[in-house]
Design a protein around this ligand. Structure first.
Ligand code: GDP
Length: 297
C-alpha cells in the first residue's frame, strides 16, 4: 500500500507547531513529500516539477488559519492545484454529436481498451441520449478485432457495419459514412486498428482515415495503468492526428492515476471519460476531484 500524502505530511508537520504563516522552510519540507507522492502515483518528473513550483508559489507566505494544521493547509493547496490542472477548461463531458451523422474516431494502442470503449460509449449515447449509433471496425489485420466489435454490438443492441473482406481502412470509413447517412444514424464510430507500439504505418493509416472521415471527435484511448508510456502515447497521437480528448481505461485497477495529470499537463487535452471495468456500463465521465483524491491517496 502507498502511504497517503496526508499521512506523510502529518508526520512532517507533527514536528512543527508553528502557527501564523507557512514559512518557506515548512513549505519546502512538505513539498519534498508531495513530490515523492506524485512520483509514486506515476506522475512524470517534469510535470511533477512544474506542479511543485506552482504549489510553492501559492503556499509561501499563506497564513494558516486556526482551524487547520499547516499540514492540512498544504494538502488543501496541493489538492486544489491538482483539481485545477486536471479539470482544465472543464467541458460537460458530452460528445459533439450534433449534425448527424457525426463521425467519432477512436484511436489508441492495441490492448488499451479501444474496442471495449467504443462499445461502452455507443451504449451510453444510445441509452442516455437516444442516439442511433453505427460502429465500424477498421482493424483489417486482425479479423478477431472486427468480430469482437460485432459481438459487442449484438450484446448492447447497437448496429455494426457489415464486415467485407479485402477492404482497406479508408474504404471501410467511406462505407461507414455512406451507410450512416443512408440509414439515418446520428453517430458513426470508427474503431481504428491498434498496434503494440506506435509506428509510422499506423500513424499514416489513422491520418488517412481522419482525412476522409473528418471526425467531430477524435478520442484517444489509453491504459491508465501504463504511466509514463501513456503520456508518450498521448503526445504522439496528439501531434500526428490531433485528438479532442482522452479516455483513460483500467481506472478500476490499483494505479494511482498520475498518468491523468501528466497527460493533461503535457497535451492540454481534456480527459473525457474513465473506464472502470470490463462490463459495458463500466465507464463514467471524468471527475477531476475524484482523480485528485486518488493521486493524493
Ligand atoms: P483494444 O485492443 O484496444 O481494442 O482493447 P480491448 O477493447 O480489446 O480491451 C482489452 C482488454 O481490456 C479486454 O479484456 C477488455 O475487457 C479490458 N478492458 C477494457 N477497458 C477496461 C477497463 O476500463 N477496466 C478493465 N479492468 N478492463 C478493461
Amino acid at each position: 500500500m502507498f502511504e497517503s500524502l496526508s499521512d506523510r505530511l502529518g508526520g512532517v508537520f507533527d514536528r512543527l507547531t508553528k502557527q501564523g504563516a507557512l514559512s518557506e522552510d515548512d513549505v519546502k519540507t512538505a513539498l519534498r513529500e508531495v513530490r515523492v507522492a506524485l512520483l509514486e502515483a506515476d506522475v512524470s518528473l517534469p510535470v511533477a516539477r512544474d506542479f511543485i513550483k506552482a504549489v510553492q508559489d501559492k503556499a509561501s507566505g499563506q497564513s494558516v488559519t486556526k482551524s487547520v494544521t499547516p499540514g492540512q493547509q498544504v494538502v488543501k493547496i496541493v489538492h486544489d492545484e491538482l483539481v485545477h490542472v486536471l479539470a482544465g477548461d472543464g467541458g460537460d463531458g458530452k460528445l459533439k454529436i450534433d449534425n448527424p451523422p457525426a463521425p467519432i474516431l477512436m484511436v489508441g494502442l492495441q490492448g488499451s481498451g479501444k474496442t471495449t470503449t467504443t462499445a461502452k460509449l455507443a451504449k451510453r449515447m444510445k441509452e442516455r441520449e437516444g442516439k442511433k449509433v453505427l460502429m465500424a471496425s477498421l482493424d483489417v489485420n486482425r479479423p478477431a478485432a472486427m468480430e469482437q466489435l460485432q459481438i459487442l454490438g449484438v450484446q448492447i443492441g447497437v448496429d455494426t457495419l457489415p464486415i467485407v473482406k479485402g477492404e482497406d481502412p479508408v474504404q471501410i470509413a467511406k462505407r461507414a459514412k455512406t451507410q450512416a447517412s443512408m440509414g439515418g444514424y446520428d453517430v458513426y464510430m470508427l474503431d481504428t486498428a491498434g498496434r503494440l507500439s506506435i509506428d509510422e504505418e499506423l500513424m499514416q493509416q489513422v491520418e488517412a482515415v481522419r482525412d476522409v472521415a473528418n471526425p467531430r471527435e477524435t478520442l484517444l484511448v489509453v491504459d491508465g495503468l501504463t504511466g509514463q508510456d501513456a503520456v508518450h502515447t498521448a503526445e504522439n497521437f496528439d501531434e500526428r492526428i490531433g485528438i479532442s480528448g482522452v479516455v483513460l481505461t483500467r481506472m478500476d485497477g490499483d494505479g494511482r492515476g498520475g498518468a491523468a495529470l501528466s497527460m493533461r499537463a503535457v497535451t492540454g487535452k481534456p480527459i473525457r471519460f474513465v473506464g472502470l471495468g470490463e462490463k459495458m456500463d463500466a465507464i463514467e465521465e471524468f471527475h477531476a476531484e475524484r482523480v485528485a483524491g486518488r493521486i493524493l491517496g
